[in-house]
Structure formats: structure tokens, C-alpha cells
Design a protein around this ligand. Structure first.
Ligand SMILES: [Fe+2]
Ligand SMILES: [Zn+2]
Length: 334
């Protein structure tokens, strides 16, 4: 939005990540299996596409991955753009079965699916898909978890290792406009209310070693949507101040991991869940260490002393893996 925070955000990345990767410090992580001893979450963004061929491929790769690695998935993170196109039946629409319950079945993922709202969810088709998603979360026995538009949860519920703050990144435009007919956003009042809540949550004492924030819109992205100016202004300083370990996002239909020199937060984008792909705007050689135009999903393992993040493609092959220590140190698997 203006030069000062653009400059701060774009601090030139002098990290030699490829050199780091070559150190072999994470050689054990290079194998396509988790380290063991951790707790596991899988995530996908931008998944509920009308043509769901790619979504089905990614979803079956997720299922296969869980079977092959024999991990117990204790949470799914659904990173927004949960529903593209019409949802005429609202919370009773048939797509809930075909594109959520059947794609990510309870037989494989017997855990809560923590969901956040994307811009495509903020559409009236014909009713508000936001309201439909909040209502579906109230269905008895459902795994779909969205108690509010923004919320906090600890993971795992018993003896938690990480605090998650799930946010609604659908900001009104700078002139305050929030209702554009089919498409809408948070109102300026809700935007302010959430920001105050977010800041207050970060101030609360925390017993968990790790802190993770998720929002559909990326703060920084190498994809065509680029960086989200409002979030760079409002959220990035909070992530920095409170040493948030990970910021998880979707929105651009690709897979990314961005690091900024001196920034405590690793920026993870998992937007390859099913919607059509498009080209990157910034190559990972310029800003990285990783950005790929590819379908996929992401595995987060919370292990003693470290988070392990793995991007996988729609065939279940590992694209990229890194470990994030509690002190913020990042190591890339070779
Ligand atoms: Fe999307
Ligand atoms: Zn989006």
C-alpha cells in the first residue's frame, strides 16, 4: 500500500536456502515418511471446485498418504474457498456429501475438520455460503468445525502442543465497501472487531510451545494474487511481535513456502486442493524457498521441539519439507 511496509515486507532474501538444504541436517526428513512421535494434521485449500476431478485426485492422494504412512490424522485444516459456485441447498446441499464427506471420509480422517472462509465462500449462490458453512458445523456428529467466522483452538485437545488461531481474511475494500451483490466481505465493523480479538488472543498467556495462525488470504504470495496489503498492514506486525511460528493460507492455487530474513514466521500456502491452477508471478529463485504451480496438500507434524511441514502433490510425492524449531529456526530437508 505504501513504500514503508512494502519495503519491510520485501526485505531481500539473502538466505542461501539451497545451501542450508545441502547441510544434510534433516536427512532423516528426506524420506517420505514422518519422524514419528508427533501429532498429525493434513490441510488443503481451494478445494470445493465445481469440476472436482482435480479435487478427487488430491483427496485420494491424502487418503493414500495416511494409509501408507500409518499416521493418525487428528485434524484436517480446510483453508477456504471451500465452495466455488452455487450451493443451492445451503447446509443441506448434496455437495456436502459428494465433495466433503465422501472425498475426505471419516473412515480415514476421524477427526475435526477446522475450516476457514475464503472469498468464494463469501458469495450468495443463492443464499450466503458463509451462513451455510456455519450452519453445517451445527449438524450433529459432523466433523466440519467452524464455531464462528474466527476462532481459536488448541491441538490436540488433550495435552495440547499448539495453539491455532483461525481467522477470516475477507476484508472490505479500502473505501469500506463490503456488499457487491453476489460477492461480499466482512463489514468494516467486523473487521475491526476481529482485529481487536486477534490482538487480545495473542496477548493471552499460552502453555503450548507452538503458535499457528491461519487465514484464507496469504499475507505474502508469489502467486498471481500477490501479497494482501491489508493483511501486511494489520496482521503481519502481530505475527512478528508474537513470534507466530506458521501462517497458513490458500487463495493462490499453488503450493508455497516463503521465508523472510529476520522474520519469526514461516509463510505456508497450500492452495492446490482442486481449483484450476494458474501461473506464479514471482519465481522461488527471487523469493522462496519454494513456490510451485501444482495440485497438492500439506502435512503438518507437531513433533517434540519442532514442527515439520511437508507439501505433497496429487500423486502423494513429496514436493518440499522443512522443520521449524520452537525458537523459530528453519531447516529445509534436502
Ligand atoms: Fe481459490
Ligand atoms: Zn480465494
Amino acid at each position: 500500500m505504501n513504500g514503508s511496509f512494502t519495503r519491510r515486507g520485501f526485505l531481500r532474501q539473502s538466505f542461501a536456502f539451497s545451501a542450508l538444504a545441502g547441510l544434510g541436517g534433516l536427512s532423516a526428513l528426506a524420506a517420505p515418511k514422518p519422524t514419528g512421535g508427533g501429532r498429525h494434521l493434513l490441510m488443503a485449500g481451494d478445494w470445493g471446485y465445481e469440476n472436482f476431478k482435480a479435487q478427487a485426485r488430491v483427496a485420494s492422494a491424502m487418503q493414500q498418504y495416511v494409509r501408507q504412512t500409518a499416521i493418525r490424522t487428528e485434524a484436517l485444516l480446510m483453508l477456504g474457498d471451500n465452495w466455488y459456485g452455487p450451493l443451492p441447498g445451503g447446509a443441506s446441499d448434496a455437495r456436502w456429501k459428494t465433495q466433503f464427506e465422501d472425498m475426505y471420509p471419516k473412515s480415514v480422517f476421524d477427526c475435526p475438520a477446522y475450516a476457514i472462509l475464503g472469498n468464494h465462500d463469501y458469495q450468495r449462490m443463492p443464499g450466503s455460503k458463509v451462513e451455510a458453512e456455519l450452519a453445517y458445523a451445527k449438524t450433529p456428529g459432523t466433523r466440519w468445525t467452524m464455531p464462528e467466522r474466527w476462532y481459536r483452538f488448541d491441538f490436540p485437545a488433550k495435552d495440547p502442543l499448539a495453539t491455532f488461531i483461525a481467522l477470516d481474511s475477507n476484508m472490505p475494500s479500502a473505501d469500506g465497501k463490503w456488499d457487491k451483490g453476489t460477492n461480499f466481505t466482512l463489514t468494516p465493523e467486523l473487521q475491526a472487531e476481529q482485529l481487536a480479538w486477534f490482538a487480545a488472543e495473542l496477548e493471552k498467556p499460552r502453555t503450548t510451545p507452538f503458535l499457528v495462525v491461519m487465514g484464507h488470504h496469504p499475507i505474502y504470495s508469489n502467486g498471481p494474487h500477490g501479497d494482501t496489503k491489508t493483511l501486511v498492514r494489520d496482521w503481519e506486525p502481530l505475527l512478528r511481535r508474537h513470534k507466530v511460528h506458521l501462517y497458513l493460507a490458500g487463495h493462490d492455487h499453488d503450493m508455497q513456502h516463503l521465508e523472510f530474513e529476520g522474520h519469526p514466521t514461516s509463510f505456508v500456502l497450500s492452495g492446490g486442493g482442486g481449483a484450476d491452477l494458474y501461473d506464479l508471478k514471482i519465481q522461488p529463485s527471487e523469493r522462496g524457498p519454494m513456490a510451485r504451480r501444482i495440485y497438492g496438500f500439506t502435512h503438518l507434524e507437531i513433533a517434540p521441539g519442532q514442527l515439520i511441514v511437508t507439501h505433497l502433490d496429487d500423486a502423494g510425492s513429496v514436493l518440499h519439507r522443512f522443520a521449524k524449531k520452537q525458537d523459530g529456526t528453519v531447516q529445509i530437508a534436502g
